[in-house]
Design a protein around this ligand. Structure first.
Ligand SMILES: C[S@@+](CC[C@H](N)C(=O)[O-])C[C@H]1O[C@@H](n2cnc3c(N)ncnc32)[C@H](O)[C@@H]1O
Ligand code: SF4
Length: 370
């Protein structure tokens, strides 16, 4: 099987070859050439969330841009606009995608077009509105369950407002229904963010994921924005961090400085706004709008090319680019490597040293439709 959504169709391969060669040549000539169209996109079905994860901008209620919900109609317009070379869609950005009642129909539209679909969810709402069978019917390719604690106590430190028992039951039910259909999709992933308060759980990850019905565990290193967050949340094990300490600063560990995303992918927020990637949380680098403009004009437009030029010629001058995952050495940490390393048994952090939870007061009961 080819990795995530890749195709051997001649049109797809020609587009891929054009993108790859223009990416390489741009770095030689120090000016942006873009000879193809994005093959993967992120689309934000909604920018609201039921939880308050403290390091997530929407969870911490820190987003400054307008919040809202994408309609199915606008989603289809965007798909048609962005083009036929898209082979992978990640249906999330800021917010919880399962709150958008039309998420299954969005997936169906992509499945009809032969696109590999991925959803990342906190998993707390999947039992509502018959969502699990609807997602399976829609042909979802991959469902990522964000589970950052194997017990209710460690879970609720990051997933504030969530309920681990509900999430586990939803994961189990998805697996039950999938197996009953004799299907292998969606691939079910338990994604775990390593932090100080859960790092002692490493030895139990594989068994718990299996018990709850996941096909695999992905350990995604945790992003922080401030020194204070780094000292509160980053795990002690060096291998579990994407940052290294350089003097007084935390710096990301990278294998390369350039950015393939600016050639191969794009990010479209709930209102059609196009930004370079999911790290542009507040649309600081707005490239255009995929509901009101031809996407090719945006993709090849002045703003996108100015951004590409800056990256090629000056490097990671923007704060957003210095703290992103592109070129990261340890974006995902393979669980088998970690287990082979036999990390030392780490005792749980004593309660007085746990991060102080955010205020629970503005957790809202979600409307069934928005
Ligand atoms: C903003 S969330 C939106 C999707 C969904 N609400 C969820 O939590 O899965 C996008 C992804 O970021 C992950 N995430 C949350 N906080 C993070 C952090 N501090 N560092 C890295 N990834 C994080 C989530 O687990 C999820 O996979
Ligand atoms: S559940 Fe997802 S979107 Fe919601 S606050 Fe947590 S990480 Fe952010």
């Amino acid at each position: 099987m080819l990795p995530r959504g890749l195709s051997l169709h001649p049109g797809f391969l020609a587009n891929l070859a054009a993108l790859s060669s223009s990416y390489a040549l741009s770095h030689v000539l120090k000016r942006p050439l873009v000879w193809g169209n994005p093959i993967s996109i992120m689309i934000e079905p909604i920018s609201r969330c039921n939880l308050q994860c403290p390091l997530c901008p929407i969870g911490a209620r820190e987003l400054k841009r307008d919040l809202g919900v994408m309609s199915l109609e606008n989603y289809v317009r965007i798909l048609d606009n962005v083009g036929r070379y898209v082979k992978v869609i990640a249906l999330w950005n800021q917010g919880e995608p399962t709150i958008n009642d039309q998420l299954p129909e969005m997936i169906s539209e992509a499945t009809k077009r032969g696109i590999y679909t991925m959803v990342s969810t906190n998993g707390n709402l999947l039992h509502r509105r018959n969502l699990i069978p609807r997602l399976l019917d829609a042909g979802l390719s991959e469902l990522i369950f964000s589970i950052d604690g194997l017990t209710p106590d460690s879970y609720k430190i990051y997933r504030i407002g969530g309920n681990l028992d509900v999430v586990i039951e939803n994961l189990r039910e998805t697996r039950r229904l999938r197996d009953a259909r004799g299907s292998k999709t969606p691939r079910l992933i338990m994604q775990w963010l390593p932090m100080k308060h859960n790092q002692h759980e490493i030895p139990y990850l594989r068994a718990k994921a299996k018990e709850w019905g996941a096909d695999s565990v992905e350990i995604k290193t945790t992003q922080v924005y401030t020194d204070d967050q780094a000292s509160q949340y980053l795990p002690d094990l060096e291998e579990l961090r994407r940052y290294e300490r350089k003097g007084q600063e935390w710096e990301t560990k990278r294998t390369y400085q350039s950015c393939k995303r600016l050639w191969f992918s794009t990010m479209i927020d709930w209102n059609g706004n196009v930004v370079p990637c999911c790290f542009d949380k507040d649309e600081q680098f707005l490239m255009g709008n995929a509901l009101t403009q031809d996407f090719r004009d945006i993709w090849h437009g002045e703003r996108y090319n100015a951004f590409r030029t800056k990256l090629i010629t000056k490097g990671r001058v923007e704060e957003m680019c210095r703290n992103c995952t592109e070129g990261l050495k340890s974006y995902y940490v393979p669980l088998d490597e970690l287990e082979a390393m036999a990390p030392p048994e780490i005792p749980p952090v004593p309660p007085e040293n746990l991060p102080k939870n955010a205020d629970y007061s503005d957790i809202f009961e979600l409307p069934v439709r928005d």
